[in-house]
Design a protein around this ligand. Sequence first.
Ligand code: CUA
Length: 338
Amino acid sequence: KRLLPLFAGLVLLLSACGREDLSALRPQGPVAQGQFDLMKLSIAIMIVVLLIVFGIAAYVWVRFRRRPGQTDIPEQVEGNFKLEVLWTVIPLVLVLILGVATVQKVFSYGENYWNDKNAVKVKVTSHQFWWEFNYPDYGVTTAQDLVIPTGKKIAFQLKTADVLHSFWVPSLAGKTDTNPEGAINNAWFTADKEGVYLGKCAELCGQSHGLMEFKVKAVSQASFDSWVKAMKEPVAMPEDKATAEVFKNQCLTCHAIGSEGGPSAPNLTGIGGRESVASILINGTDGTAKENLKTWLEDPQAVKPGNKMPNPKKDLKLTDEQIDAIADYLANSKLKTQ
Ligand code: CUA
């Protein structure tokens, strides 16, 4: 009884975790819907079993209770063939129902639509602690914001650049592990409605595993097409020559922006219009993009411990003015459509 308030508290606490954009219980596409149906099926079966078992137990407690004055031992029964067959066959049937439904869903979500002409292909590469999205048909690479058209099958090929991670967008589909190259996983999902859905890494992968988030931006086909077009436009470098120099020599050795730079860090094209920066900082909408970028640049380890970015101040010897100028440039580096 003493545990009851604790238990109630825990339930309250967990229910507060429910986020609209991060819930497998609010499916926003056919894959997640199928998985949600599976949850409902298994819970329905559990409830029926629970009610029957508890019902019988309650009946037995009452019907065969010791009555006043009763001293003899009740009739002893040993074994009942019919009952034993019954309680073996019923669970077997229930497990079969659950098993068949689950296996169907598992195979349907693992279906490979990579060669489906109508599917939008995305190569997902996980990194400690960020996500890379490459659209091979469009020659576009981006990070953190996965932009997709609604109503279309999005076919994924998933791998990791370092350790195991797991790609998970609860409102759209279950988890898919990312393995080292050579063990590429396939998955797919469809978003029915426009919206921003939160994605998470679902495999313990290091210090900042809990911060390894990404966003799925589901937009209309027309907006998707113009996004692709905008991603391929040339990107302006910082206007100030000195800032452009620092940006090219320090940032673009790892990061890419437009057609310039390297592939080993998150692609920065259109970063000023992204939903988030460094996975966790909300960007743009409230005009705090620059401040957030500065927080990140001033001490990346403080924001996301264990990440591989060198410290701009200590390692790259950037001054406060240079960091401010680069944060300003990045915050205003938006796609033509934004
Ligand atoms: Cu990546 Cu956890």
